[in-house]
Write a protein that binds this ligand. Structure first.
Ligand code: V1P
Ligand code: CA
Ligand code: ZN
Length: 379
């Protein structure tokens, strides 16, 4: 039987707008849904509308005093601490409501899978992987990834794998389950010496009962499609094959792209599409087909995120979009009204991810990153 996929969506997700000029602009979600719709990817797909996560859901991960601070922050002129009111995490009106709605979306996606109504479920507004128990960080107020995983554990799940392909380290999710062997966290990211938050070293492998269940794969700046995929395939499939998760949760930030303004990996849309296909394949082969798909970063709002995440939606729906497919004229006209940047014309960057020429120096550094990780995980 072909897999059933739920897509969680509400236009109210667009109210997670940290400030007018913040890099995490929700227009990227609007442009993605428009592109996927206009390409027919969402034809006949009924979207699930979320409710805000309850305090009970949120306090499986966050402290009650942090929830109080998030709720009161917009009304406290002197500041509330907890990482709120920084350039990364400005305080905005309705911050608790918008953040709880995203977390509720990821819980709803998890619920659709747990209740057997879906094999796969997608929340593109989710993936806010940096939020800590009592602190906002890196554009993330509530850690919807951790909240959804904690909800699954509460239902009695015993093995959840979390794979984070965002260019940044998935530090908040790693921290939430660092001593818990029921959750294996794996993050691929740009090397901590070269990108915030500066964690995600191979030596961070978990503690106590959770030792060996946190895995980090740092990649040098300049890593492209071939290097990224090579590192991924050297590390991730064998771990998932032995862990045999009951659900695979993935954080699918698109900020690994060469056009991304915040980071320095050099992936293409075609490489990202290949990643999504590999994640789908791993969910099928190692997780009984159960795949919870979350969004994440991605700051090339017009040129990258809409195309990348349309491929992600299409992959989750088994409606793969041909890379050569031209972008619909209506979508291009709409996007052109919002930016002066040149827009792409097709669903590809013209790269073949199985053949990307790259320098020997980059090859050597990727090899040593893989070896370093293998040594930390299999001492
Ligand atoms: O670099 C920093 C901190 C702020 N400085 C004092 C050091 N923060 C990063 C946060 C990145 C968050 C990424 C979120 C995600 O993983 C998931 C949604 O993608 C940062 C960066 C950077 N290059 O990593 N903040 C900013 N850039 C930034 C740029 C412009 C305006 C505001 C913040
Ligand atoms: Ca990552
Ligand atoms: Zn990121």
């Amino acid at each position: 039987m072909s897999p059933r996929t739920s897509v969680v969506w509400t236009p109210d997700f667009l109210s997670y707008q940290l400030s007018d000029d913040h890099p995490l602009n929700p227009v990227r979600l609007d442009l993605t849904m428009r592109l996927a719709t206009q390409l027919g990817v969402l034809d006949g797909v009924e979207t699930l509308a979320p409710e805000p996560a309850t305090d009970e859901d949120l306090t499986r991960v966050h402290t009650p005093s942090y929830l109080t601070a998030v709720r009161s922050a917009p009304h406290e002129p002197w500041g509330v601490g907890h990482g709120l009111g920084t350039d990364d995490n400005p305080i905005f009106l309705g911050m608790h409501e918008a953040s709880a709605l995203i977390a509720g979306g990821s819980v709803l996606a998890a619920r659709a899978i747990a209740e057997g109504r879906a094999d796969r479920a997608v929340n593109l507004a989710g993936g806010l992987h940096h939020a800590m128990a009592d602190r906002a960080a890196g554009f993330c107020v509530y850690n919807d990834c951790s909240v959804a995983i904690a909800w699954l554990l509460e239902q009695g799940y015993e093995r959840i794998a979390y794979v984070d392909v965002d260019v940044h380290h998935g530090d908040g999710v790693q921290a939430a389950f660092y001593d818990d062997p029921r959750v294996m966290t794996i993050s691929m990211h740009q090397h901590p010496l070269t990108l915030w938050p500066g964690t995600g070293w191979p030596g961070e492998y978990g503690k106590g009962d959770g030792a060996g269940y946190a895995v980090n794969v740092p990649l040098p700046p300049g890593t492209g499609d071939a290097g990224w995929l090579r590192a991924f395939h050297a590390v991730v499939p064998s771990l998932l094959e032995s862990f045999r998760p009951q659900v695979l949760v993935t954080e699918c930030g698109a900020d690994t792209h060469s056009d991304d303004p915040l980071a320095n990996l050099e992936l293409s849309i075609d490489g990202q599409r290949a990643i999504y296909h590999s994640l789908r394949d791993l969910a099928e082969r190692t997780a009984g087909g159960k795949w919870l798909v979350l969004g994440g970063g991605g700051y090339s709002l017009f040129r990258v995120v809409p195309r990348s995440w349309t491929h992600l939606l299409a992959t989750a729906l088994d409606r793969d979009v041909d890379p050569a497919r031209p972008l619909p004229a209506d979508w291009v006209a709409h996007a052109a009204g919002l930016t002066r940047h040149p827009l792409p014309t097709a669903m590809t960057d013209g790269h073949d991810p199985s053949f990307t020429p790259w320098g020997d120096d980059v090859a050597e550094r990727v090899d040593s990153a893989i070896l370093e990780t293998r040594r930390a995980v299999f001492p």
